[in-house]
Design a protein around this ligand. Structure first.
Ligand SMILES: NC(=O)c1ccc[n+]([C@@H]2O[C@H](COP(=O)([O-])OP(=O)(O)OC[C@H]3O[C@@H](n4cnc5c(N)ncnc54)[C@H](O)[C@@H]3O)[C@@H](O)[C@H]2O)c1
Length: 262
């Protein structure tokens, strides 16, 4: 008996096997969920197809295109999904992008376009995807949406710059969506993960230092793994979290509660 038996999950944001989305997907499959994936363009399609081929029952797993900056592609994605699945239970948004020049240097130098592009891909997309997913969630009698954030919102992480602003939008959006979609029994939460070495994180200056600090200073004195984030995602996707919505849950070995770090 898996915690997600009979549930169908669309997982967006797998780039390679180190992606947080891949940790979530493998935890979901372990718990019995049926999966579908997306890729944003031809450059990453091969990676996603190759990884999906390692999953159980991979012949039945839809792998669909969707660049989240395009409303047309979002509409096509959910049209395709509706022709294969009669309902959706879980939507995972594990997507982030900021132009690399906006992730270093001084915050006061962030450009208008850099800030807007970062918020478009990394935050507005959650709202656009949630809206498009509602008809399929309604057929399931409700659903669970989750996204990934980083604690550069409550605390200042110097190089995170435009991405920190996008995460502030994402966390607030989570609460607004939770209120808006709650009456349709759709829950919306986000997971605030500790630093992990992924493709997206490689663009952020100081990620290795942040991991060293976690090991030294986090209450649990260790770094997190993508599997541990996957297990928090299982909880949020499952009926065990049916009373949880609008929340930001930390999967960071307690790092967020540490004030003085010396
Ligand atoms: N790695 C960390 O330390 C860390 C910590 C906390 C939160 N996060 C967040 O986790 C999420 C996943 O990132 P990750 O670290 O697994 O890195 P990743 O590079 O593996 O994943 C980022 C994903 O975003 C996708 N993406 C980018 N632009 C897109 C677009 N226009 N349309 C569709 N998809 C697009 C990429 O294809 C990629 O799959 C991000 O929101 C990130 O900010 C990461």
């Amino acid at each position: 008996m898996g915690l997600l038996d009979g549930k169908r999950a669309l997982v967006m944001g797998v780039a390679n096997k180190r992606s947080i989305a891949w940790g979530i997907a493998t935890a979901f499959q372990r718990e019995g969920a049926e999966l579908a994936f997306t890729y944003p363009g031809d450059r990453l399609k091969g990676n996603v197809v190759e990884l999906v081929a390692t999953l159980r029952d991979h012949e039945r797993v839809p792998v669909l295109a969707c660049d989240v900056t395009s409303d047309e592609q979002i509409a096509t994605l959910f049209g395709d999904l509706a022709s294969r699945w009669d309902r959706l239970d879980i939507l995972v948004h594990s997507i982030g992008f900021s132009p690399v020049e906006e992730l270093r240097g001084r915050f006061s130098q962030v450009s208008r376009k850099g800030m807007l592009d970062t918020i478009d891909v990394s935050a507005y997309s959650l709202l656009a995807l949630a809206r498009a997913a509602v008809p399929l969630f309604e057929k399931a009698g409700g659903g669970s949406i989750m996204s990934l954030t980083f604690n550069a919102v409550e605390r200042v992480v110097p190089s995170y710059n435009a991405m920190a602003m996008a995460k502030a939008v994402l966390e607030s959006e989570t609460r607004y969506l939770a209120v808006d979609l709650g009456p349709q029994n759709i829950r919306v939460n986000c997971i605030s993960a500790g630093p992990l070495k992924t493709l997206a994180a490689s663009a952020v200056k100081g990620i290795s230092r942040a991991r060293d600090l976690m090991e030294e200073k986090a209450p649990l004195r260790r770094n997190i793994t993508q599997d541990e984030v996957g297990n928090v995602a299982v909880f949020l996707a499952s009926d065990w979290s049916r009373a949880v919505t609008g929340a930001t849950i930390y999967a960071d070995n307690g790092m967020n509660i540490v004030g003085v770090t010396d």
